[in-house]
Design a protein around this ligand. Structure first.
Ligand code: PEP
Length: 303
């Protein structure tokens, strides 16, 4: 990781093309099709605060969710400079919130999903107002399991992200290609389509409450990872799309995090890229020391 801040930007993106030049903090980056070159460059002063979220998925029970929360609070207490969140299953949100609040923890409370309608006859669904009522601050939209197991479309994901932002919460927009799409050489078009459609009708102002999570589907829960170079390449291209949709400033301040079998042992390597601002963590977030190791790796990148 290593990032140029909004402060000190003296040049802007050349859309369709090729050159971004920044200055002011001593950093100067040329951002062209060989985006991975940024890996080799001297990291400039970081302005984007790293973000690491723990997505517990459909795991834990009343006892273990409370134990895990307490474990995370203790393990993360001494690690600064990283924004952290946990995303417990819905039934445990209130209990997790109580523990976080009672212990004065800075770990934020997230929800794994939501419904985009405010209320009504939508059996089984959960509204943003209900989540806010439970103290939720962030919500995932478009996690690959929602897209590929439950069948959510790009349009549904966009409706959810808009509803999350309209409710004043932070949205984590998850995108990523399947193995089949990667092998067919469609990684970039798939991710860029999911990003563009996910962000449809979202204002530049609201983008300050959007985190983008690039999670290659084939890497989620499989023990496989993208290489740091491949991840950086995708992230750099996604940032370029955000610059095209909005402007260079929005692109530079938007956090793009990586997800897919991140562990304490590989996090530092995976977070090395200049455009990788932390991670969304599934399996490894179910063990507090392991999660803390990942958060430490993210903190190590914020220099
Ligand atoms: C996830 O659920 O977002 C995820 C990345 O899972 P895992 O870390 O288990 O691959």
């Amino acid at each position: 990781m290593g990032v140029v801040g909004v402060v000190g930007v003296v040049g802007v993106v050349g859309v369709g093309g090729v050159v971004w030049v920044y200055g002011g903090s001593g950093a100067r980056l040329q951002f062209n099709d060989a985006a991975t070159r940024r890996l080799e460059m001297e990291p400039p002063v970081r302005e984007r605060k790293p973000f690491v979220g723990g997505n517990w998925k459909m795991n834990t029970n009343r006892t273990t969710s409370a134990d895990l929360t307490r474990g995370c609070v203790d393990a993360l207490a001494a690690i600064g400079s990283v924004e952290t969140a946990v995303f417990p299953p819905f039934p445990y949100l209130l209990a997790v919130r109580s523990i976080l609040r009672d212990r004065g923890s800075s770990i934020q409370l997230g929800a794994q999903d939501c419904y985009f309608r405010p209320d009504g006859a939508f059996t089984g669904e959960i509204s943003l107002e209900m989540l806010k009522d439970c103290g939720v601050q962030l919500v995932l939209a478009g996690h690959s399991e929602r897209r590929h197991v439950i069948g959510e479309t790009d349009e549904i994901v966009n409706s959810k992200l808009r509803a999350i932002l309209d409710a004043g919460l932070t949205g984590v927009l998850c995108i990523g290609e399947t193995l089949e799409q990667r092998e067919a050489g469609h990684t970039d078009p798939v991710n860029q389509r999911q990003l563009r459609s996910g962000l449809a009708d979202i204002s530049a102002d609201a983008m300050s409450r959007v985190v983008v999570a690039y999670e290659p589907v084939w890497a989620i829960g499989t023990g496989k990872n993208a290489t740091p170079e491949d991840a950086q390449d995708v992230h750099a291209k996604l940032r370029r799309v955000i610059a095209q949709l909005y402007n260079a400033e929005v692109a530079e301040r938007t956090r793009i995090i990586y997800g897919g079998s991140v562990k304490a042992s590989n996090a530092a390597e995976l977070f090395r890229g200049a455009d990788i601002d932390g991670g969304l963590i599934g399996g490894a977030s179910l063990k507090a020391p392991e999660f803390a190791g990942i958060v430490k790796a993210a903190a190590g990148g914020s220099r």
